[in-house]
Design a protein around this ligand. Structure first.
Ligand code: TXA
Ligand code: MG
Length: 338
């Protein structure tokens, strides 16, 4: 297919093809698998998760082995309803209830003090736990039918771009999971906002679909932005976490033509994710959406497509450095390893 200079809308169906809906009985089968220690990949509104019963250490170990993820990285526990947070957390501050009330189901993870019995495989050996009620009908149906907490990291191999369709999960993990539930393309497309409510004012540990200002409006408190040195360890937020195989470089609009030309002169095939009207004459250009939510929706699917072997580099036109672009800029910086 000739993709030079195509708009991302033209390739979206190609990127995020919805698979067939889940056959009747699939949720029931997934619940049986979870209850017997199985690992089930499932859709959420952010990215696909690789889920297991959060009280079953053998099942949790399988998540780490399928992903190739170091054992000290904590897992988010997914719940069907916010009342369940009391089963997992203690000393819950009122801000947590306010945020849950406003944003759940939705792309927000709350870091709270864990109950004593919670497995160290979930908490990464820390005193805290991450909890979230996802806003996806298939996830909610699964969680309600299961009844308990489902621990789930993003369903990608460690260090790779998160999957935003069931097809991406199959590409990433093959037949590692016992089952992959279908749920179409994820409507948010980047991982949840993680907010720590452990000491004092709320702190954003990972930016996402819920903005700092929205968090401040609900809590009535100052919310610390990411980037400030943290006392809480967030292993998955190391610099090069989302790296594609082809080097990804952030480039200002003014420098794009020059850098693209230099790479072309060296015989390197560079793909470009553009925001301005820039179109490469030598390689594939994807015109990214000019609005941050739409950009986030496309981000991982576009990186995945451009990283499938036919390019030596991905040049990304730097988005505006404003708070609206916080989550997108965060993921781009990690993908570029800077
Ligand atoms: O949107 C999402 O959050 C997706 C979907 C599947 O829910 N999940 C996700 O999980 O992104 P994962 O494991 O790929 O990233 C979770 C991040 C990691 O950086 C982990 O270190 C951090 O959350 N985390 C989990 N529990 C934590 C805790 N108790 N304290 C600090 N960070 C925690
Ligand atoms: Mg992840």
């Amino acid at each position: 297919m000739q993709r030079l200079g195509m708009h991302v809308d033209d390739i979206r169906t190609d990127l995020n093809e919805d698979g067939p809906p889940n056959a009747p009985g699939q949720i029931a089968r997934a619940v049986v698998l979870l209850r017997s220690g199985g690992v089930v990949a499932f859709p959420t509104e952010t990215v696909y998760g690789l889920g297991a019963d959060a009280t079953n250490d053998d099942a949790l170990r399988r998540i780490f082995s399928i992903k190739g993820r170091p054992a000290d990285h904590p897992l988010i526990v997914h719940l069907a309803a916010s009342v369940q947070i009391r089963d997992w957390a203690r000393d819950i501050p009122s801000a947590a209830y306010a945020l849950a009330e406003r944003f759940w189901p939705g792309p927000l993870t709350l870091i709270l003090r864990r109950r004593a019995w919670v497995s160290a495989l979930v908490t990464g050996g820390q005193e805290t736990i991450g909890l979230r009620v996802p806003a996806h009908p298939v996830a909610l149906e699964l969680l309600s039918a299961f009844g308990g907490g489902v621990a789930a990291p993003s369903a990608n191999r460690f260090g790779r771009v998160s999957p935003t369709s069931a097809e991406h999960v199959r590409q990433e993990l093959g037949d590692g999971p016992d089952m992959i539930l279908e749920g179409g393309a994820c409507s948010v497309g980047i991982e949840s906002t993680i907010v720590s409510l452990i000491d004092g004012d709320p702190v954003i540990l990972r930016p996402g679909g819920i903005s700092p200002v929205a968090l401040e409006q609900v809590t009535g408190r100052k919310v610390a932005r990411p980037g400030i040195p943290q006392t809480v360890r967030v292993p998955g937020t190391m610099a090069s976490h989302y790296a594609p195989a082809a080097p990804l470089r952030l480039v200002g609009a003014a420098n794009l033509p020059d850098i693209a030309a230099r790479l072309a002169a060296k015989g390197k095939r560079a793909a470009i994710m553009a925001l301005s009207g820039y179109r490469s004459t030598t390689g594939q250009t994807v015109a990214m959406p000019p609005e941050p939510a739409a950009y986030g929706y496309d981000l991982y699917a576009v990186i995945r497509m451009l990283d499938s072997g036919q390019h030596d580099a991905i040049l990304v036109e730097t988005p505006p450095q404003t708070e609206a672009w916080l989550a997108v800029n965060d993921r781009l910086q990690r993908a570029s390893g800077s």
